[in-house]
Ligand binder design. Structure first.
Ligand SMILES: *Cc1c(COP(=O)(O)O)cnc(C)c1O
Length: 504
């Protein structure tokens, strides 16, 4: 445990040593064996460059660009680069495109929904239309902003919505239609041209969520990938989000929200002067903002340059093809989605080959993947976010995947104990208590304690330094077996048990 406020200050070198030791329990952010959360180009020196740039601007406050013109200049440069890459800027279909630098994809999406809602004050019950594959952050935005959410199903074959279904969901109260380029879960690009045309015909905005792949799709296309149009070249697209902390390979904390013109952006701003303090104007959710992530992003983009991103996209594309071939080579595994971008998503065709057990077997072999639960007609799957760092690892992945599949088949599928199933069947989100979840977590080997007073310190079988045991198949099977609302409620209670102050 860390004492964050020791009685006497601790020497700098010791503090840094402690932080490095703590990081030892984390999943490896480099090395091409973690297929989610991190985006690693494996470019020597880039971390050091970004870290130095971060340090130069860490103390700069984005609250007031007139006091810190360096930040205004850097933000305008990032927005220009993103706009140019995504079909905006001089000589394009969207010459007046503008944007804002935000702290992440979720913030970009919240602001896109907010701008759309605020642009239509006459709509008293505003609604958002999106495919079910749209990122969960849209649901969060709708929840926070009091906007209704109309989700449109996708075809289990193509994992895309039918444009006609989107059209049917658009009503007089629809303030925004959203789609993905590509979706996070499966990496497929929605039919943006058709969806944006329907939105335009209905007089409503259309947001393309390119948070995940916006920085890589243009390069994949230049490399010959057959991808549908998705950017400002498509009439009716009014805003686009792209995360620089994903495939622009910048450190965490930076995304860009683009609008086709300044008038579309205007309702995103919040200004307030009716108090005795400084008159406030905020383009984004945060007020005080560090210049660190912005400077780090500028340094990353400038150091890699257009040619660097093209080369990284080529390496990533090769890795995707190699991983996809490894998947189809294993009996009983198949690709859930055509790997047309930078995601490989696999499913099992064989009831004896349990995907959650397979994920554990991959973890045991040093590969960290992201299991996805079954949804509507879609089966459970394993998601791999592929970055350039994966390329040198592809040759090792195939044999390990095959061995993991053999091991998973030998172990057989998870069978939840009857008592556990009975408890789960009787649960509702409203009936969950912290005690019940703590008991359930302990039974599953999860190291949730209910605080220093009543908590047990036994990690219940946890082998690592973290709160999760090495094997998660049982936990995943249980989560997969319960309805989404209960799944969300269970995770909420569990996280609440983890997030307890570490008193000394
Ligand atoms: C990652 C992602 C988001 C959310 O971004 P955060 O930076 O995690 O807040 C939204 N949409 C898509 C498609 C994403 O991949």
């Amino acid at each position: 445990m860390i004492d964050a406020l020791p009685p006497e200050g601790v020497p700098a070198e010791q503090v840094l040593g402690e932080l490095r030791a703590l990081r030892g329990a984390d999943r490896p952010t480099h090395g091409g064996r973690l297929f989610a959360y991190v985006y690693d180009p494996a470019v020597p020196g880039l971390d050091e460059l970004a870290g130095s740039a971060y340090a130069i601007s860490a103390a700069v406050n984005g609250l007031d660009p007139t006091a810190f013109p360096s930040l205004l200049a850097m933000e305008n440069a990032l927005v220009a680069a993103a706009a140019r890459l995504l079909g905006g800027g001089p000589g394009s279909a969207a010459p007046a495109a503008v944007g804002s630098v935000t702290g992440g994809g979720t913030e970009s999406l919240i602001l896109a929904v907010q701008a759309a809602r605020n642009a239509r004050p006459e709509v008293t019950a505003p609604r958002l239309v999106a495919p079910v594959t749209a990122h969960a952050a849209f649901a969060k935005a709708a929840h926070l902003l009091g906007v209704g959410l109309d989700l449109v199903p996708v075809s289990p074959k193509t994992l895309r919505p039918a444009a006609a279904d989107i059209g049917a969901a658009i009503g007089p109260d629809t303030v925004l239609v959203a789609c993905s380029a590509p979706s996070y879960a499966h990496g497929v690009v929605d039919p943006v041209t058709e969806i944006a045309a329907l939105a335009a015909a209905a007089g409503t905005r259309c947001h393309v969520d390119a948070c995940f792949g916006g920085w890589t799709l243009p390069y994949l296309r230049r490399l010959g990938a057959d991808l549908p149009p998705f950017d400002f070249a498509v009439p009716g697209v009014t805003s686009i989000s792209v995360d620089l902390h994903k495939y622009a390979y910048a450190p965490k904390g930076v995304s860009v929200l683009l609008h086709r013109d300044p008038a579309l952006r205007r309702p995103q701003y919040f200004a307030y002067a009716d108090w005795p303090g400084y008159p406030l104007v905020n383009p984004v959710l945060s007020s005080t903002r560090s210049g660190g992530p912005i400077a780090a992003a500028v340094a990353t983009l400038r150091h890699l340059g257009d040619a660097g991103y093209l080369a990284l996209a080529a390496r990533t594309r090769e890795a995707v093809a190699g991983l996809a071939a490894a998947v189809t080579a294993v009996d009983g595994l198949r690709l859930l989605a055509e790997p047309e971008t930078t995601v490989v998503c696999l499913a099992s065709d064989d009831p004896d080959l349990d995907l959650f057990v397979l994920a554990d077997e991959l973890t045991a072999r040093g590969w960290h993947t992201q299991p996805q639960m079954a949804y509507a007609e879609l089966p459970a799957s394993i998601h791999l976010t592929v970055t350039a760092a994966v390329a040198p690892r592809v040759a090792e992945f195939g044999p390990d995947l095959a061995a993991a599949a053999r091991a998973a088949r030998a172990l057989g599928p998870v069978r939840l104990p009857a008592e556990l199933l009975a408890v789960a069947a009787g649960l509702t989100p409203a009936a969950l208590t912290p005690e019940l979840v703590a008991g359930l977590a302990a039974g599953l080997g999860l190291a949730a304690s209910d605080g220093p007073a009543g908590g047990s310190d036994s990690a219940g079988g946890s082998a690592g330094a973290g709160p999760l045991p090495d094997r998660l198949a049982t936990v995943n099977t249980l989560l997969n077996a319960v309805p989404p609302e209960l799944r969300a409620a269970l995770l909420t209670e569990f996280l609440s048990l983890l997030q307890r102050p570490s008193y000394h």
